[in-house]
Design a protein around this ligand. Structure first.
Ligand code: GDP
Length: 310
């Protein structure tokens, strides 16, 4: 990537997209194009094609998506599959049609089979049934990476897919019914501390294992891949370490300073028992995550305090 080339970040107001913009700007990429949802509705095929033909970016980071935690995925199943399929199909097809040769598609680690061997290698894709709570979203994301692969095979484009583990950080969604576990626990612990509660309720049994990556590290991994001129394939992005939800909750309450105890609401679903990525492919290219969990949660909590409780 050359510093002056035009880069379109789709979804720049989201957690990943906004981290990508910060990362690109910090590295001296000055020719960024972004559009808010009001300016460009990525669900409208004609509008997306017109925009990409007119702007003709050299690179596209496709970070626009409908995302959410276990409850949102399980409840808004139609919205999650429909919106993600349409957005990715519109952008990938328009990119190819207007001659954009380089694109990076953001997927998710939930694309892998529910009960596959851990840590999860990229090659385990489509080797078994998916987790039910987020199957519609996972299928849309699988379609997205297959779109990239198929355009590469048929048309010779260079579209790459990255599969991040659970992400957290600035601009995360802290709405308790929509969010992922980490932002939910930050908010719950903070509010419990302020109210002086004795207990904090964590969903499920606390035993599922998850891996968490600070979003700034994710953005760096994406820019790194584009800079390597990697032209095809799927790349897992994570830390390579996981914790149980119970351990995560302990860490969050330590960062936040909540002194009560943790209880588990086992009427809530656990979801997939473990989701730990094998990050060997990225490591071999020379990229590893920098931010430890305690440090990342500390920074995320600072951001939460600034944006939600200033
Ligand atoms: P998943 O990784 O797709 O399962 O999505 P989540 O990040 O939403 O949930 C991860 C795990 O954390 C699941 O086992 C949830 O039951 C558990 N969990 C515990 N407390 C919460 C909470 O307050 N919100 C959410 N979203 N998950 C929670």
């Amino acid at each position: 990537m050359n510093k002056g080339e035009k880069i379109f970040v789709a979804g720049h107001r989201g957690m990943v997209g906004s981290a990508l913009v910060r990362c690109l700007e910090a590295r001296g990429y000055g020719n960024l194009v972004v559009r808010t949802r009001d300016e460009l509705d990525l669900m409208r095929q004609g509008d997306v094609e017109k925009f990409i033909v007119e702007e003709r970016p050299d690179y596209i980071f496709l970070a626009a998506a409908r995302v959410g935690g276990i409850h949102a995925n399980n409840t808004f199943r139609a919205d999650f599959i429909y919106e993600n399929l349409i957005i990715e199909a519109n952008i990938v097809h328009a990119a190819w049609k207007s001659g954009v040769n380089r694109l990076l598609f953001l997927g998710s680690s939930c694309i892998y089979p529910r009960d596959c061997a851990q840590p999860i290698k990229e090659e385990y894709l489509l080797t078994g049934p998916l987790e039910q709570t987020n199957e519609p979203y996972a299928l849309a994301k699988i379609a997205g990476l297959k779109l990239c692969e198929s355009y590469n095979r048929q048309y010779g484009t260079n579209y790459v897919s990255v599969m991040p583990t659970n992400l957290y950080g600035p601009n995360d969604n802290y709405n308790l019914l929509e969010s992922h576990v980490l932002p939910a626990l930050i908010r719950k612990a903070h509010e419990a501390k302020i109210r002086g509660d004795r207990q904090l309720t964590v969903w499920g049994t606390g035993t599922p294992r998850r891996e968490f990556l600070y979003v700034e590290d994710m953005a760096e991994a994406c820019v790194f891949l584009m800079e390597q001129e990697v032209t095809d394939g799927v790349f897992n992005v994570g830390t390579g370490c996981d914790v149980t939800i119970g351990e995560l909750a302990e860490t969050v309450i330590r960062v936040v300073g909540f002194e009560g105890s943790i209880t588990f609401d086992t009427s809530r679903p656990d979801g997939t028992p473990q989701k730990l990525l094998d990050v060997g492919k990225m490591r071999d290219l020379g990229w590893v995550a920098k931010t430890g969990l305690f440090e990342g949660i500390t920074r995320a909590y600072e951001d939460f305090l600034k944006s939600h409780h200033s």
